[in-house]
Ligand binder design. Structure first.
Ligand code: B1N
Length: 829
């Protein structure tokens, strides 16, 4: 084709395309109906709510794609330094409401739909959660993506597209059962499959020497190869055109590789073994604090890291030919140690494939990585057995050994031959099972090591990473976690959102959340208080309806809704909550009837999943149900105390529960929660906190003041002393009594609960339930007393929201941006 002809065609094409989709109700309706007919292949005259949701989502996706293309073209043209956020987990939840709010077209869609006879809210309920993560760490990644887009940073998220997300929790007879979450069953309108965007990922095999121009290079001859296919999820910013990419990789069999096996004649088995490739991205590991050194997990880690690094290097090479410029253009963020193989993969590519000299490659690597740890305890640190690594990734093991050798040699020069310390700091652990310490690798190779709250940084400096802190104090920083107010106020609590905007006289707080402090001056204003209470009541009503629909239980709106929702863990102390409830029940039972009028009625709500292999956590779930069965059916108690378990807790359930809570519990034993982010969501929604001084709570106290929450419990430095001392049960009669009730079978299942009761016996009570019990009851009593004074409660509630600005992920991302050395790059169209 002659070039003139080509440019004429291109011009014609651009003329046809050069318009944006319109957002008036008629255009939106046309688009939705077109998708009903042409995408869903349903008749315009007959489609149900789910099909309407899908058509609606496709029309939103079209609008996302326009902005995404513009953003990507702009980034390419400007070529800023980019941040690549590597995480094995993202808990995105639902996309529809969040997308239309960030695009600024929520009301237009609602109007368009209502004219078609649909309600936006009802269709939004059709969407399932994308649950590609376990808990806090994974939801943090999702919040940070929202902030990166909103603040116009040139950012990419990279992760794995699991076919099965976090298991569905089903409760049968009070026991947790796990069911697979095959979330892609009905298609996923929010992702874009990029069938041509693939990379080969190698495993196993051997390493050989190859001579090129007189130099010897290492060559990895793989034993297996799979293909990584990109699935792009579009993340729109709020109040900006910028729309960034979360690229998730799926494993597919490689066409190039195993043709050989087809020639052996065993056609059927060759096809079957090809299918195995897909298992790499099939399932999310459901544990969030323990490591088992499983081969599949390691394969997942390398698979996602290798594809991401290849993609990053390809993008760099599109515009640059000299790797000296790499650190000026690329920053890589490791979300915990799970992606730490990226360090070694970059080294391997630079040295073995790009043929850079080792020292030069090392110099580059040391400038691009920053690492965030989410762990507090040494047992939580990831280790990779050397045997496993050597067989799966033989070249990577060699590179790790070389990095470690150089590091240890340097270290000897600095600290001398202190063999204990050298062996503690070594990347390689010599033990019964020789292993790679992923955290040591990450610290050695990163320019910055971040904790997730100030208290967390102090802990890691004093404990798990003490040796490293003493060596490189300047590397260690903290970036207190945050959550996005777009999802956690605007999407999940629209009436509170409007109320805030009304009183602040602006919606600017949705981007500039510090403005929430403006609410402080109205905290005692009776008009605001009245409206605030109304909003909260309506949210409680929504939650009560959900509880009734789910469990048949009717709860009183006058009761205090007391909520603890998070993963079930011994250290998070859901058991303390239950024992407190048993105490409350016991008090009600033993009270004069006439005194019961003085009891503040409570609805105690709990929700959360236990890892499938975590026996004690599963017993805690069963105990909750056993206690609920007894109390909820006791006519002496009535509305004074009701227990609710919310099954299958996930992001969309949280969006419903958090706005309806009066009080929320964050009661981990001090020194165990690295940060905690649930508390921040409750705070934004004006829910009062009952908490221990752990993780980010210390900073929350600074913002809202100790008088505006209910604080109790041992502090970090008390914990070792108390563990040593144990609690005298004769002194702590109340605690002894409630534990005994469980032990004696007051709630049934005597034998089953025995091992659970054993965990809090004198001398074994590692999480200090016994010694914190008294303080816990006092804090609960203080909450009751305050609840009676609704004027005071509402003021505290307003002050909680007003003080929540610092816990926005926007602030967290601004902090990170400095470390990464990146600048906003705002798409001007
Ligand atoms: O990360 C959150 C913190 O707010 C929590 O305090 C912390 O417990 C949580 C292995 C983890 N730490 N470690 C994990 C998750 C998945 C996995 O496979 C570990 N999650 C946390 C955000 O900083």
């Amino acid at each position: 084709m002659a070039s003139e002809e080509r440019s004429a065609k291109a011009e014609r094409m651009f003329a046809l395309m050069d318009r944006f989709l319109k957002n008036d109700p008629i255009s939106l309706q046309n688009d939705i109906l077109d998708h009903v007919e042409y995408t869903m292949a349903r008749s315009r005259f007959s489609f149900d709510d789910f099909e309407a949701y899908q058509a609606l989502s496709h029309s939103v996706r079209d609008r996302l794609i326009e902005r995404w293309h513009d953003t990507q073209i702009y980034f390419k043209r400007k070529d800023p330094k980019r941040i690549y956020f590597l995480s094995l987990e993202f808990l995105m939840g639902r996309s529809l409401s969040n997308s239309v709010i960030n695009l600024g077209i929520r009301d237009q869609y609602a109007e368009a739909l209502s004219q078609l006879g649909f309600e936006f809210e009802v269709l939004a309920e059709q969407e399932g959660d994308a649950a590609l993560g376990n808990g806090g760490l994974a939801r943090l990644s999702a919040c940070q993506m929202d902030s990166l887009a909103t603040l116009d940073y040139p950012a990419w998220g990279y992760g794995l597209r699991y076919q099965y997300g976090l298991f569905r929790q089903v409760i049968m007879d009070g026991f947790q059962h796990e069911q697979p979450d095959y979330w892609l069953n009905f298609g996923n309108p929010w992702e874009i499959e990029r069938i041509h965007l693939t990379y080969p990922v190698k495993f196993y095999g051997s390493v050989e020497d190859e001579t090129l121009n007189g130099e010897i290079y290492k060559v990895w001859i793989p034993g297996e190869m799979v293909e990584a296919v990109a699935y792009d999820n579009l993340i729109p910013g709020y109040g900006t055109r910028n729309t960034i990419t979360l690229r998730l990789w799926a494993a597919k069999p490689s066409d190039q590789y195993d043709m050989e096996s087809y020639n052996t004649g065993d056609y059927i088995n060759a096809v079957v073994s090809r299918q195995k490739a897909e298992s790499i991205s099939s399932v999310l590991y459901p544990d969030d604090r323990s490591y088992q050194g499983k081969e599949l997990r390691l394969k997942q880690q390398y698979f996602f890291v290798s594809a991401s690094v290849q993609d990053i290097i390809r993008r760099f090479k599109d515009a640059h030919s000299n790797f000296d410029e790499f650190p000026e253009k690329v920053a890589l963020q490791l979300n915990d140690t799970h992606p730490s193989l990226a360090i070694v993969e970059v080294m391997r590519i630079l040295v073995d494939e790009e043929h850079l000299d080792w020292n030069k490659a090392w110099h580059i690597v040391c400038q691009i990585f920053s690492f965030t740890t989410h762990t507090v305890i040494a047992e939580g640190l990831e280790k990779i057995p050397v045997d496993l690594l050597g067989s799966l990734l033989p070249r990577h093991l060699q590179i790790m050994y070389e990095i470690n050798f150089n590091f240890v040699e340097e270290l000897k020069k600095k600290i001398g031959l202190d063999y204990n310390r050298l062996s503690r700091m070594s990347i390689v652990e010599e033990g019964a099972v020789k292993s790679i310490r992923s955290a040591n690798l990450s610290i050695v190779c990163s320019h910055t090591v971040n904790g997730v709250s100030r208290a967390h940084l102090e802990l890691i400096k004093a404990n798990v990473f003490k040796d490293f802190y003493e060596l490189w104090p300047q590397k260690f920083q903290y970036k207190t976690n945050g959550v996005t107010q777009r999802r956690w106020i605007v999407v999940s609590n629209p009436s509170l959102s409007s109320l805030i905007s009304k009183w602040l006289g602006t919606e600017a707080w949705v981007r500039d959340v510090e403005l929430l402090t403006g609410l402080r001056e109205y905290a005692a204003n009776p008009d605001l208080q009245l409206e605030w209470k109304m909003v909260r009541k309506v949210n409680k009503m929504r939650l009560a309806e959900y509880i009734e629909a789910m469990s048949g239980l009717k709860v009183s709106l006058d009761a205090m809704f007391d909520v603890q929702i998070k993963r079930i863990h011994e250290y998070k102390r859901q058991l303390l909550n239950i024992l407190g409830i048993i105490h409350r029940y016991d008090c009600i039972k033993n009270m004069e009837k006439s005194d019961r009028r003085k009891v503040v009625p409570r609805v105690c709500i709990i929700g959360g999943k236990a890892a499938p292999g975590y026996e004690i956590a599963k017993k805690i779930i069963k105990l909750w149900h056993a206690v609920a069965e007894k109390i909820n059916n006791d006519s002496d108690v009535g509305d004074l105390l009701k227990l609710v378990f919310i099954p299958d807790y996930n992001v969309s359930v949280a969006e419903l529960v958090i706005p309806g809570a009066d009080l929320s519990q964050h009661i981990s034993t001090a020194g165990n929660e690295a940060s905690g982010t649930g508390s921040m969501k409750f705070l934004m929604n004006g829910c009062l906190l009952l908490a221990t001084e752990d993780g980010s709570t210390v900073e929350i106290i600074e913002e809202i003041g100790v008088d505006n929450m209910f604080l109790f419990g041992a502090r970090v430095h008390d914990v070792p002393v108390l563990r040593e001392k144990g609690v005298d049960l004769k002194v702590n009669l109340q605690f002894a009594r409630v534990v005994r009730m469980v032990r004696d079978g007051y709630f049934g299942f005597k034998d089953y609960f025995k091992s659970l009761c054993d965990t809090v016996e004198v001398g074994k009570d590692f999480y200090l339930l016994g010694s914190d019990f008294g303080g816990y009851l006092e804090a609960q009593a203080a909450a009751d007393k305050t609840f009676v004074d609704q004027e005071k409660w509402t003021r505290m509630s307003i002050l909680s929201t007003a003080g929540s600005g610092r816990f926005s992920s926007d602030r967290t991302i601004e902090d990170y941006a400095k470390t990464w050395g990146i600048e906003p790059c705002r798409c001007p169209f």
